[in-house]
Design a protein around this ligand. Sequence first.
Ligand code: SF4
Ligand code: SF4
Length: 376
Amino acid sequence: MNAVVPGMERKDKGARSLPLGLTAELTYRCPLACPYCSNPADLAQRTGEMTTEEWISVIDQAADMGILHFHFTGGEPATRRDLPELVAAARGRDLYTNLITSGVGLTRERVKGLADAGLDHLQLSVQGVDAASADAVGGYKGGFERKMAVAGWVTEEGLPLTVNAVMHRHNLDRLEETITLALSLGARRMEVATVQFHGWAERNRDALMPTRAQVDAATATVRAARERLKGRLVIDYVPGDYYATVPKACMGGWGLKTLTITPEGLALPCHAAQSLPHLSFQSVREVPLRDIWLEGPAFQAYRGQEWMREPCTTCAHRERDFGGCRCQALALAGDAAEADPACSRSPHHGAMVALAGAASTSGVTEWRYRPAVGKS
Ligand code: SF4
Ligand code: SF4
């Protein structure tokens, strides 16, 4: 799962500042099977989740480093029975705790238990606006109904609720209804994220790629909704960058603000970084978190600007977008040190736009589901 959470800003913005946020992928297990899941493609080979004690050590190290936000995600983090214990440990170290969940696996009692443990905020993913469309995307019958119930329990507990909606060709035309659904569930914030083509989504690009017209309409819908719902609903929007001209500031800068820990303890500068096969990632089971962040080769690889090439080296935007996404650069330009092809100055931009156009009009309607993994 992906997440953007509103955050406090720290003033020290130097390239070797300590991070503001940590995303803990507690498990890759999930009862759902979304075709755009950002979990790695080789899920079947992944074993060896960290224990409760190992995660509490990560929480302690994060707090000692001055990290402010701790995001629990997965897979489905609620499949971990120790979730309330981990939330309590993070809260006990004054970390802001955020749970990113599909809702499946939560009960009324478990939501109360998480609130009692000190959970600060919950992000609930929705795959569609009704049971038929949502359950078809999630590959899980009854998922939509459970999500609706979870939203009610969350607001009853007084927990702030954000609705996360991943949008693609098959649901973008219902964005307005999705915003209405988020409002009706009592969300104060919504994350509208056009699908990013990493992980399983890359495999399903032809089936999921929106058309340019859909992306343009979505941008207009979000703009109008933000105006109309000012003071009621904050909408964070991740536009589809295949039709962009300027790339997104991926992760707010590589090794600059946040990091991700995988279920087996690998520390990543970005949740998709394992798609860069030339990088090796250190484990928090073997190396202190602070050392990984400050000196780890994967974190150093694209930190700052020394790795950049033209056109980024001389571009005024490099402080703002950091050359875009390294994973997208490798996937579409063949080298992770190239400018993100989402940038109109990239020599690969035209090919990216052509690829998006072809995928969006491919006529492919069936996708390959991510396997619903159940064991640790
Ligand atoms: S399958 Fe869906 S709900 Fe489960 S982790 Fe992946 S994106 Fe999230
Ligand atoms: S040239 Fe590089 S720094 Fe400039 S906008 Fe494009 S990706 Fe960003």
